[in-house]
Design a binder for this molecule. Structure first.
Ligand code: ADP
Length: 761
């Protein structure tokens, strides 16, 4: 930090409500209740009331005013609300028969001290009331006729100038970034205009803005007047810190009307050629929205009542300004509300919320009046209108993930925060971003619009160092001449209603996503339940069926043994049929059981050498291999993430079928594997009877066979089991064959195991 920056930062912190300096046109007294003993006075009491401060301190107010007036004041002070006694006219004898009339204004400061401020009263008593009446009536009448905010502001400045007779009256509004702009101005004709000029944030430093928020009206009748101090300098009673009575805090003058402005502000006024100023704060929702600033080239006093009238006007009129501001956007807000409800309808009907946002009219571009929009849904981009390219968007989202933790990020100058945005300023100088979750973002873009801002003096030189009395200090700029700035890397600003609509859309999307997740979870639960029921059924069926089946088998065998001699040829044949039926049923039950056992939960995915799995399968099939004289070859089998038993079962079923469905040719079976992008492709090829292509799907369905059992034994479950196993591994299975041309069965196993496919990572 340079010294200059340090000084500027100090300016932002410097307390100005405790400087203990008073404007010299009035007298300030700190009183102790209930006797109204004088604890502290402004030093100019000797000049204005002709009493030396050291004599005044220790006396009571009754010693200065006559008892009748003091009694009246005390009655007023017993009420909590000082509005009824402020101001009270008081007469003070200044020696002999001379009286001076003052407006007496009371308040209690934060330390609970009673503060009385006496300002010289202006003689024509009716003027304030009449002025106020005119001011209010004229403004309120005209209010109804005005069409827009700007016109309305013009009327206010005109009326305020009429009654206060300042050389210049301006209505000044603060931007979001703290800079101010003159919205309306009424001035003496010979003076140059400040209308439309911008003033940097530092012109009204933070402590000053805080005071303007709590003290709604502020008069500096003579910017050149020399401020006076308090006697004694530190109030003996104020702000004594408990346990440390020796530390005295300065008198808090936040709500004082006589408090002197900071030297820097006085110098600022001086540099601007202002001799006196009156400032009326415009407060909206507790925040300083703007000011009505009145400037006069020479010193000028405005009586308390008229000031109060201006303050009142400021409040009444300003509530109208706020309403106007809001109703100006009414039609637009209604339109956005309509678009929003359309989008919500589309989203809830669409498969995926993204589709609902981009595929119809109106779409998300209409919601914020943006030229481009991008939706990031689990790392996938959907773009609409003019946007940066996906690669740049990836980086932008990474930056947002690190830096934005709120529900929304809005800027009309992205490059200010994120310098890389400079390169796509033509599409995205303005950004409105809403994070929906860590991996889901909605972004709207606006292009750069080069604007010219007129400043009242160069804003980057708002303050300069100057030498005074041998020390270097910070002082406001001397020149307020028009200084034009071309603002680049900035888009048109996002309106409050647009931001609000984006936020509401966010809520709707979050709700839809949550609802979809809920539905999915419900579906998963239903599936799990029906799966579990199926497994239980298969188990119970196989178990419970096996028992009576064994009975049948045993008794048929008993029949055969005991009554062999008594049975004729047909009887024996029938018993033979019964035995065969029972054994087929046993096979069917075993296969159904095997099928029901193939499931994800039961599978153990480990690195499995396919050669080993094949070896085990061939071992199980060795007798049929021997009988069929099959020539079995294999190549390039890899190691894969799989359940080894299930993989062995696959080979066994496929090779078993190859042997079973062999033709007259000498049987050859070839097992192969080939690496694809993200999976291994296995094939089992035979030269058997082949399959008509029209049946190539049907054979994978349970119990589906193409031949009678007399031709080829079997249950029709083998390929169904294979299909289920492959699906557990998130792979595919299919066959390529022609009748009598042999058949090749293919299946795939994902390279990284089953998780690869499902999560898409
Ligand atoms: P099963 O072998 O018990 O009949 P599968 O489910 O294994 O049951 O096979 C279903 C049907 O597919 C078989 O009945 C057969 O008609 C046909 N099939 C299976 N493998 C082959 C093959 N290698 N060659 C010709 N047809 C086959």
């Amino acid at each position: 930090m340079t010294k200059f920056q340090m000084d500027l930062a100090k300016l932002e912190r410097e307390p100005i409500h405790t400087q203990n300096l008073i404007q010299p046109h009035g007298v300030l007294l700190v009183l102790q209740e209930p006797d109204l003993e004088i604890l502290q006075v402004s030093e100019n009491i000797s000049f204005i009331l002709k009493i030396a401060p050291e004599i005044a301190v220790g006396k009571t107010l009754g010693d200065i005013l006559d008892p009748f007036q003091v009694e009246r004041l005390k009655t007023g002070l017993s009420s909590e609300n000082f509005d009824y006694i402020n101001p009270t006219k008081v007469w003070v004898r200044t020696g002999g028969d001379d009286f001076v009339v003052f407006d007496a204004v009371f308040h209690r400061n934060v330390d609970g001290l009673l503060i009385l401020e006496l300002e010289p009263a202006i003689s024509q008593e009716n003027i304030p009331f009449l002025s106020f009446y005119h001011l209010a009536r004229a403004s309120i009448n005209q209010l109804e006729e005005t069409k827009n905010l700007r016109e309305f502001c013009n009327i206010i400045v005109k009326e305020v100038r009429k009654v206060t007779e300042f050389d210049r009256v301006m209505l000044y509004r603060f931007d979001e970034d703290g800079h101010g702009v003159v919205l309306a101005e009424e001035k003496r004709e010979d003076m140059e205009s400040y209308l439309g000029l911008h003033y940097p944030e530092s012109d009204i430093p933070r402590p000053a803005r805080k005071l303007l928020s709590s003290n709604w009206i502020r008069l500096i009748p003579d910017a050149k007047a020399i401020a006076v101090g308090m006697y004694p300098p530190v109030n003996p009673q104020s702000g004594i810190i408990q346990d440390e009575p020796s530390i005295n805090q300065p008198l808090d003058l936040t709500h004082s009307i006589l408090r002197s402005a900071s030297p820097c502000h006085l110098e600022y006024l001086h540099n601007m050629g202002v001799g006196s100023s009156l400032t009326i704060s415009l407060i909206k929702e507790g925040k300083l929205w703007g000011l009505i600033a009145c400037h006069h080239q020479t010193a000028k006093y405005v009586p308390y009542e008229l000031r109060k009238a201006c303050e009142f006007l400021g409040r009444v009129v300003f509530s109208e300004i706020s309403n106007r501001e809001e109703t100006e956007d009414y039609d637009y807000r209604m339109r956005l509300a309509y678009i929003q409800s359309q989008l919500i309808d589309y989203m809830s009907e669409a498969e995926n919320f993204v589709e609902g946002l981009v595929s119809y009219e109106p779409n998300i571009l209409d919601l914020t009046n943006a030229q481009g929009a991008a939706i990031c849904n689990n790392g996938q981009w959907t773009l609409l209108g003019k946007t940066p390219i996906e690669e740049d968007l990836d980086y932008l989202v990474q930056w947002l993930q690190r830096n934005v933790h709120e529900e929304i990020f809005v800027t009309d100058s992205l490059a200010n925060y994120y310098p890389d945005a400079d390169k796509y300023k033509d599409v995205a100088s303005g950004l409105l971003a809403i994070p929906i979750s860590q991996r889901n973002y909605l972004l709207w873009f606006r292009p750069e619009v080069i604007q010219t801002v007129n400043w009242g003096g160069n804003p980057s030189k708002a303050y300069e160092h100057s030498h005074s009395q041998g020390t270097l200090r910070l002082s406001p700029r001397k020149s307020f001449e028009l200084w034009k700035e071309r603002v680049r890397l900035t888009s048109l600003p996002w309106k409050k209603v647009e931001i609000q609509s984006a936020l509401e859309l966010r809520k709707a999307i979050v709700n839809i996503i949550l609802k979809q997740a809920d539905e999915l979870a419900q579906l998963a639960r239903d599936l799990e339940r029906s799966n579990a029921e199926l497994k239980r059924f298969a188990y119970v069926a196989s178990h419970d069926l096996q028992e009576p089946l064994n009975h049948v088998s045993n008794y048929v065998q008993l029949l055969e043994m005991r009554y062999e001699d008594k049975l004729d040829v047909s009887g024996k044949e029938f018993i033979g049929f019964a035995v065969a039926g029972v054994s087929l049923m046993q096979n069917l039950i075993d296969d159904v059981l095997a099928y029901s056992k193939v499931d994800l939960q039961g599978a153990e995915f480990t690195l499995t050498d396919a050669n080993v799995a094949l070896e085990r399968a061939l071992n199980n099939l060795q007798s049929s291999i021997r009988k069929s004289k099959a020539e079995i070859t294999c190549h390039n089998l890899p190691t894969v993430m799989a359940d080894s038993t299930q993989l062995m079962q696959m080979f066994q079923n496929l090779i078993g079928n190859g042997i079973k469905f062999r033709s007259q040719r000498s049987l050859t079976i070839e097992i192969n594997a080939e690496r694809l992008d993200d999976s291994w492709l296995f094939s089992v090829k035979d030269n058997g009877i082949g399959i008509e292509p029209q049946f190539s799907d049907r054979i994978f369905v349970i119990f589906q066979r193409l031949h009678t059992r007399d031709e080829y034994p079997g249950t029709g479950m083998g390929l169904a089991i294979c299909k289920k196993i492959v699906e557990c591994h998130r792979g595919n299975i299919w066959v390529e064959s022609e009748l009598d041309q042999g058949a090749t069965f293919y299946f795939t196993i994902p390279v990284g195991g089953k998780r690869d496919r499902r999560d898409g990572r």
